[in-house]
Design a binder for this molecule. Sequence first.
Ligand SMILES: O=C(O)CCC(=O)C(=O)O
Ligand SMILES: [Fe+2]
Length: 359
Amino acid sequence: MEHPSSFQMANSDKPLALSPTQYTLPESHRPQLDRLVSHSSSIPIIDLADYADEAIRAPASLVHQVSRACEQHGFFQVINHGVPQELCARMLDEATRIFHQPHQEKAQLLSDDPSQDAARFSNYHLRLDNGASQDRVNMWSECFSHLWHQTDDFTSKLPPSLGSYGEVVSEYANEMDALVGKLSSLISQGLNLKNECLKNRIGGEPRWRVQANYYPPSPDPELTLGLAVHTDPNAITVLLQSQGASGLQVIHDDKWLAVAPLPNALVVNLGDQIQVLSNGRYKSVHHRAVSSKALRVSLAVFYGPNKDTMISPIEELVDDEHPPMYREYKMSEFLDQFVRQRGKRRMAKEIFQVQKVAE
Ligand SMILES: O=C(O)CCC(=O)C(=O)O
Ligand SMILES: [Fe+2]
């Protein structure tokens, strides 16, 4: 058995052993997998077959399904989403391959700086409260992330060592652009807004970030975590996950709900900016990735406002009965907060919440 040292988990060809200090969660932070709410219930599954063009009004039943999912779960899966199945498979293969590159190649892109926009490998951690015998625990995962721009030279900005990853992610991200267009239109319609309202508020030069997550088989899934509980800081996230092992869990009614990988489905979740723009009507929901005995790979595409964009609740959603829940802020302010609270259960949007005045 091998103890994974810094960032070589995906490179080991032997089963990994748990080092007691680096990756083992103290009892107070273990995932308590046996307390999971039953696998029979899940997040909504929404069929997009009847919605091909973001500019047209969607059938009322579809808008209703999306709106209910956004209000009640903040998460749903989409099927018949228009992204070719063969491309999704290639994308996951490429993501898996880059984690298997020789460690020396990956080490050159290793960075602990969360504000870095260029491609980087990293490993998340959980900061423990003062007084615990250890102050941090590494997550049982490796991540690779970078910004994506819809420009011709995007792939040339990625390190050449990544090989064909660049072309595939570019093709995939173009598909995400089309899908996110449909999703933001449906979400706008659910809020009784014009189709293009959310897209306009997020802005003509949105920030797109891609993050591949590699979760190696864990010797004891009860003692490790793939990704600690968090909400996404962007507007809309689309997650592609490998088949087989399930790992994503979302909070629903104060309980953990597992999001089973469905063939040919993509997981959609709302990020913090939709909660703010919708004046609290649609929820950015806490989620985490738990470990399992099998390998799991996922690839998240994050769509959100760029750093210069001003964000505040949309005027049409504010009235006497629904006063603004958040003050206006610049997205860079939000991201600064997000980085500052790293390793913790973040409360970034709460910083911008309008305090209720006691009557
Ligand atoms: O891998 C997953 O299921 C979750 C990934 C995730 O939440 C993230 O990258 O923000
Ligand atoms: Fe997430």
